[in-house]
Design a protein around this ligand. Structure first.
Ligand code: T3D
Length: 265
């Protein structure tokens, strides 16, 4: 994967890759270049068989401050108004890239995560927040609806009532509260965020990667289909899981009372 990005850092440690949004002076607000670079890195990580877990985080004191409002401001001031649906299509490509990533994606959130930055985190499979996290759907503060998939992910994670409250009031939710309501999986002291994320990423990277892809497909598709269809899908996906080398390895390890070693195949 290319690593010479301007607004992104890419670091690979064995089979874990960490993608760091890197505009700390503006709390990693997403501008066009960062969006393009992040999308390219996500798509490259999906295709790279040496990568078995992806971590997404922000540099400095924040995860991300949402859309770069200076870019919005200049389109408002100019003669050429922003073509919103074209602009959003770029975000949608990123969100789908994360959700369809054939390996686990973890968001590690410190400080502010707002607007589109929060919704990028909500597209990840697992969220670890530091206790200084400030999560908010700031869209309504600037007269916008949640985009970047927030209308889909937010009510599914925390329920409709809380999702409407977060979207309408645009109030901050702290890290501990986010853990309590299911907005993040875990909240840890800021000093432990890196280590907790690293340990989780390593554990997932050493897991049955192909099966993780199938688990993601089962869960995400089942959100939108009835029980009958979900059971049919489960059958198809279990057939694929049954055929993996990792499944055979795990059964053999159990029968021979030895430690299992997944290869991701
Ligand atoms: O394009 C699409 O359709 C996708 C949709 C996008 C919509 C959204 O993402 S909606 C959300 C947009 N974001 C916001 O409304 C947040 C704006 N920022 C803030 O309200 C505050 O900065 C924070 C609450 C996030 C943090 O406050 P604080 O006091 O900790 O930091 P600060 O001093 O305000 O910010 C530090 C710097 O970052 C500052 O620059 P300066 O003064 O030091 O030169 C600030 O201007 C800059 N910054 C923060 N957020 C943004 C930003 N610059 C550009 N765009 C930002 N979003």
């Amino acid at each position: 994967m290319r690593t010479d990005f301007q607004n992104m850092l890419v670091e690979q440690d064995e089979s874990v890759v960490t993608l760091t949004m890197n505009r700390p002076d503006v709390l990693n607000a997403t501008n066009t270049l960062m969006l393009e670079e992040l999308t390219e890195a996500v798509e490259a990580a999906a295709d790279d068989e040496t990568i078995r877990c992806v971590v997404l985080t922000g540099a400095g004191r924040a995860f991300g401050a949402g859309q770069d409002l200076t870019e919005f401001g200049s389109t408002h001031a100019g003669n050429q108004p922003l073509k919103v649906s074209e602009h959003l299509a770029k975000y949608h490509r990123l969100i789908l890239g994360i959700c369809h990533m054939p390996k686990p994606v973890i968001a590690a959130i410190q400080g502010v995560a707002t607007g589109i930055s929060l919704n990028i985190a909500l597209a990840c499979d697992i969220r670890i927040a530091a206790d200084n996290a400030r999560l908010l759907e700031a869209f309504a503060r600037i007269g916008l609806v949640p985009d970047g998939g927030g209308g889909y992910t937010l009510p599914r994670l925390i329920g409709l009532g809380r999702a409407l409250e977060m979207a309408m009031l645009a109030d901050e939710v702290s890290g501990p509260e986010a853990e309590r309501i299911g907005l993040v999986n875990r909240c840890v002291p800021l000093s432990e965020l890196d280590e907790t994320t690293r340990a989780l990423a390593k554990r997932l990277a050493n897991g049955p990667t192909r099966t993780y892809r199938l688990i993601k497909e089962l869960m995400y598709k089942s959100l939108d289909i009835d029980l009958q269809a979900s059971l049919r899908l489960e059958g198809q996906l279990q057939e694929a899981a049954y055929a993996t080398a990792d499944h055979r390895e795990a059964v053999d390890a159990f029968l021979h009372k030895r430690a299992v070693k997944f290869t991701g195949k």
